[in-house]
Structures are given as C-alpha cells and as structure tokens.
Design a protein around this ligand. Structure first.
Ligand code: FAD
Ligand code: SF4
Ligand code: SF4
Length: 480
C-alpha cells in the first residue's frame, strides 16, 4: 500500500548524489559520484509514483521490484529494502553504479516526461552499501549440500551470478578463470572511476565464504581440457565473455604506439590494483604527457579517453564515424568525458596511421550518414576530399569485440557456434550442442552489459538445476 511518503515527484525535484567536479576527478581514479545520505535517499525514493504497471521494472533486465524497494527506502526500512533488491540481483551495488540507467530502468520511468526520472540506480547502490555496512549481506548457507558439482568457465558477472545461485541450491561449485582474480571485465576492463575494485573483490570474497571454489590462473583449453572438466563435473557452464578485439583495416596499422583498448585498460586497472606492470612503467601503455587519439564510440572508447585524461595526457581526442545521437555508448558517459576535457571528432573515420616507425598522427575523413541499413542504423558514407590529420603520440583502437574461436580453443569441434562465433544454445534449456554443457553472458549474446550477464547467469543456474534434477530422477527410475 502506498504511504504518504511516496508520490513526491511534483514537489520534490530530482537530485542525484554529488558528482565531483571535472577538475578534481580528472586527477585521480576514484569513483566520481558520492553516495546519498539517508535523508537524500529517502527523499529521492519518495518521488516514485508507485505505478500499477512499473515500466522501470519491465525495462530492467532483472525485473527488479523497484517500486517496492523505493517505498521501503522512503520509509527508512532499509533491511527489508535490501532483501527485496537482492532477491533478484546478485550484485545490486555493482548494477547501481554501472548500468546505463538512462537506457534501462530510469529511461523508462513514467515520471521522466515532465518531472525527470527517479534516481533508481543511486538508490539501489545506497541500499546495498548500507546493507554491507550493517552486516546484512551474508555469505550463502545452502539448506542442504548436494553431491553434484558444476564447473564454471569464467569468473565474470555471468559465471559468478550462476555460481552463487547454484550454491544457494547446495551444488558444489568450481569457477575456473584464466586470470589471477575473479570478476572478469568488472576487474580488468571497467575502470575504477566507474567501479572501484574493492567493491568487486568484496563480492568475490563473499562468494568464496559461501563455498564457491575458485581456480584462478586456469585457462580451459590450456591448463585443463574441456574433456577433463566434463568428466570432473556433472554440468559445465561456459561464461568466457568476448575478448577478440575487432581489427582496423588501414595503412600504418602496425606502427608502434597503436594499442587495442583492452590492453590499455587492463594495464591501467592492474596498476591501480598494485600489480607490477612493466608495459605501464616503461611508458608503453601509459598516456602521461602524450597526445592521445581513441578510435570508437562505445563504452570502451569512453573508458579509454577518460583513463587517458587521468593518466595526464596532454590532449585526448575521440574519433567516431557517426554523430553524438548515434553513439552506442551511454550518453551519461559521453557527457562526463566532455566535462573532463575530451574533444570529440564526430562523423569522422580513420584513413591511415601516419609515421615512420611510431605513430605521429591519423589521417581521417569526414562522414555523412546515408540511408538506414537493415538494422535501422544510417550507413556512414565518406565525404570526398574531406581528409584532415589529427596529430597524436598514442592511438587506441576501441572498435568492439568478437568471440574467440572456442571450438578450437577447447578442442571440441562439436560445440556449435553462430556465424558471429557466439555459442549457440537451446533458448529453453540454455544447453549447448554438448550434453550437460551450458553457456551464458557475452559469449552467447555478444558484447553486452553486466546486468544482462547477471540475468543470464541466474537463468543458466536454474536450467542447470532442472537438468541435474531430471538426470537424478532418471537415474533413480533406472535403479528401481
Ligand atoms: P566477462 O566479464 O568478460 O568474464 C569472462 C571471464 O572468463 C573472464 O574473467 C575471462 O578471464 C574468463 N575466461 C575467458 N576464457 C577463458 C578460458 N578459456 N578459461 C578460463 N577462463 C576464461 N557493462 C555495463 O553494464 N556497464 C558498463 O559501464 C560497462 N563498461 C564496460 C567497459 C569496458 C571497457 C568493457 C570491455 C565492457 C564494459 N561493459 C559494461 C560490458 C560488461 O563488462 C560485459 O558485458 C560483462 O562483463 C560480461 O560478463 P561475462 O561474465 O559474460 O564476461
Ligand atoms: Fe536499473 Fe540496472 Fe538496477 Fe535494473 S539492475 S534497476 S536496470 S540499475
Ligand atoms: Fe516509480 Fe518511475 Fe518505476 Fe513508476 S516507473 S514505479 S514512478 S520508478
């Protein structure tokens, strides 16, 4: 029932948590948004109109029960708010920070038109941070232990969400990751100023406390074979993400000083975690004192330009072939980049990298957007005689990611993939073409979002449970 603390959107203006000034935040890697205080969170949650058909919830990939946890927050009943928020989301404090809310829950909030949306993501983060502070976030304690075990390949959000859900049902869970830390792109892709690493490490430690077994530095297909994993476990989940950087085809692409986005971001994140990173320390993957050009317009490109600003680049330019309205990245992150001093060259595409041994600039041309293609997006067309040169000392390519060739890497030619290389699954059972092997996250969808990886991981855990339950029932029938 709606209380008198709700429906305040007419009198109470939208207020987000304080954002640090562009000058201040450009000098460090700390998160840029502060947290709500109790009064701010309650006041902002109370703006919700408690819609009968909450479009925020419909457009949240996890279908979070947003109106209920907003009402509980407005009433100061935070522990209950946390229970509701965490019932559908394994990592609410992470999604609250890094979901592109403008495209998901908040972008579909009905009061958006005329009154500006409820600050859903910031309240979700607030509730969960309070829950951690008050000790309400507890490791999983399964009601009973099962003997069946599940092997999960990949400790990113899809693998970890699946792992936690399976532990809740009492399965023995083993997560194998080729990296030394769990978290996938939450640790080595997304920079600290969006998501501080102790937030991710706090979660992975909690899962370990709940009995999830980690096997870091274990690359499936190299350290251990897929065949071995299938023999070791009753079911296997592939949640390996997509990592093959899309190439750029133009002259000069082999010059020194041109790097793929993820190499650059991983070096920066490792440095922030205190690791020894020779390629950063010797200046190779460090933008300090350099004129940096980033090619691409997605979230990865935005993370690169903003990392370069913080490393002390003398100038940072982003080259993108479409216009601002057609950028795939979150508009919020584009605005943050502009505030931090990044210069955007819209409607521009690279033609050639210049330089003898090392890149000194990128010759580019202007683009006009033509008729829409089959996907509905306008096709970029080069404008004749529009070449211009942008000088740079470092160029970063952020053109998206494709899946690695998993059937070859795993030595399982029978593993069916789509024509894009993503793993094919039966959409009802989430099983791949290999019996007892499931798949979830970016490796199925292609490069996507953390919240979708969590959703897929949760769904896969349910489907694995159905499969193992049916298998156990079949075995007991056979024995009878
Ligand atoms: P991943 O997070 O990629 O995890 C896969 C894991 O599998 C990795 O740890 C990898 O080491 C491991 N692995 C791969 N192959 C093997 C193998 N053979 N053996 C063992 N382990 C293996 N999304 C958002 O919602 N908001 C954002 O702001 C955002 N920013 C992003 C910024 C960048 C730079 C990038 C690259 C992505 C961003 N995304 C963002 C997308 C988001 O990070 C991904 O959609 C999400 O992490 C996918 O989760 P996943 O679990 O499927 O894969
Ligand atoms: Fe919004 Fe993401 Fe939270 Fe869903 S998980 S409510 S989309 S911030
Ligand atoms: Fe509240 Fe907006 Fe969701 Fe409606 S759409 S329930 S106003 S948050």
């Amino acid at each position: 029932m709606t209380t008198d603390r709700m429906l305040k959107f007419v009198d109470t203006a939208k207020r987000s948590p304080t954002k640090r000034s562009a000058d201040e935040r450009a000098t460090d890697f700390g998160e840029i948004y502060a947290e709500f205080d109790a009064a701010g969170a309650g006041e902002q949650a109370g703006r919700c109109s408690q819609c009968g058909v909450p479009f925020c919830q419909v457009h949240c990939p996890l279908h979070n029960n947003i109106p209920d946890w907003l009402m509980l927050t407005a009433e100061g009943r935070l522990e209950e708010a946390y229970e509701v928020a965490s019932a559908t989301n394994n990592f609410p404090e992470i999604c609250g920070r890094i979901c592109p809310q403008d495209r998901l829950c908040e972008g579909n909030c009905v009061i958006e038109k005329g009154f500006e949306s409820v600050t859903i993501g910031s309240v979700e983060k607030y509730i969960t941070e309070k829950a951690f502070e008050n000790g309400w976030v507890k490791p999983v304690v399964p009601p009973r232990e099962r003997t069946e075990s599940v092997g999960i390949i990949g400790g990113g959000p899809a693998g970890l969400a699946a792992g936690e859900q399976l532990r809740k049902r009492g399965y023995q869970v083993h997560v194998y990751d080729r990296y030394d830390r769990m978290g996938g792109l939450l640790i080595y892709g997304i920079p600290n100023f969006k998501l501080e690493k102790d937030v991710v490490e706090r979660r992975s430690a909690l899962l370990a406390d709940g009995g999830v077994n980690y096997h870091p530095n274990t690359e499936v297909g190299v350290t251990v074979s897929m065949e071995e994993l299938r023999a070791r476990h009753d079911a296997v989940l592939i949640a390996t993400g997509v990592y093959k950087a899309r190439d750029i085809q133009c002259p000069g692409v082999g010059l020194d000083g041109i790097y793929p986005a993820l190499d650059y971001l991983t070096a920066s994140n490792r440095k922030g975690l205190g690791d020894a990173v020779p390629a950063f320390d010797d200046g190779t993957l460090n933008a300090a004192g350099k004129r940096v050009l980033v090619i691409g317009g997605g979230d990865t490109a935005m993370d690169c330009v903003r990392t370069a600003v913080r490393q002390g680049a003398t100038s940072v330019t982003c080259l993108y072939r479409r216009d601002r309205a057609n950028m795939p990245g979150s508009q919020r992150e584009v605005a943050n980049a502009e505030d931090e001093g990044v210069v955007f060259q819209w409607l521009s595409a690279p033609e050639a990298f210049m330089g003898d041994r090392r890149v000194t600039g990128v010759r580019s041309h202007r683009i006009r957007l033509g008729v829409a293609d089959a996907t509905g997006r306008q096709t970029p067309q080069p404008i004749e005689d529009s070449s211009f040169v942008i000088d740079c000392d470092m160029a970063i390519t952020a053109l998206g990611f494709d899946p690695e060739d998993l059937p070859s890497a795993f030595g399982t030619a029978e593993l069916k993939v789509s024509r894009w290389g993503t793993i094919g699954i039966d959409f009802r059972s989430m099983m791949t073409s290999l019996d007892g092997v499931f798949a979830a996250g970016d490796i199925v969808r292609g490069a996507s979002l953390v919240v979708w990886a969590v959703r897929d991981g949760r769904d896969a855990a349910d489907r694995i449970h159905d499969h193992l339950t049916a298998k156990a029932a079949g075995a007991s029938r056979d024995a009878a």
